[in-house]
Design a binder for this molecule. Structure first.
Ligand code: FES
Length: 107
């Protein structure tokens, strides 16, 4: 049996609480719990699924779309992020990441 963690997701003004398996991406766990988070490539490249982890730890070895600096600040690509503790996160950080990495909003 793999561990399960409690994930609190702030998404579009609502807070969802879900259980997530450590062997499954947070994105997939959220979608299975019918939290309709945005996603596109599901491979850690496009940043559509970007979120900010407010509390807790994720493992995201395949997150190519986010710099290591931003990962240290808590930004995560949920399609390649696995929970390693209970987590609180805020969804829809694509624009924030884009601004931080390229200095302007994505048009
Ligand atoms: S959906 Fe593309 S980086 Fe996650």
């Amino acid at each position: 049996m793999s561990n399960k963690y409690n994930i609190e997701i702030r998404h579009q003004g609502k807070t969802y609480k879900i259980q997530a398996d450590e062997d499954q991406t947070i994105l997939l766990s959220a979608l299975e719990a019918e939290v309709e988070l945005p996603s596109s490539c599901t491979a850690g490249v496009c940043t559509t699924c970007a979120a900010l982890v407010l509390e807790g730890t994720v493992e995201q070895g395949d997150a190519m779309g986010v710099s290591k600096e931003l990962q240290k600040e808590g930004y995560a690509l949920l399609c390649v992020a696995y929970p390693r503790s209970d987590i609180k996160l805020e969804s829809e950080k694509e624009d924030a990441i884009y601004q931080r990495q390229f200095g302007q909003p994505k048009s």
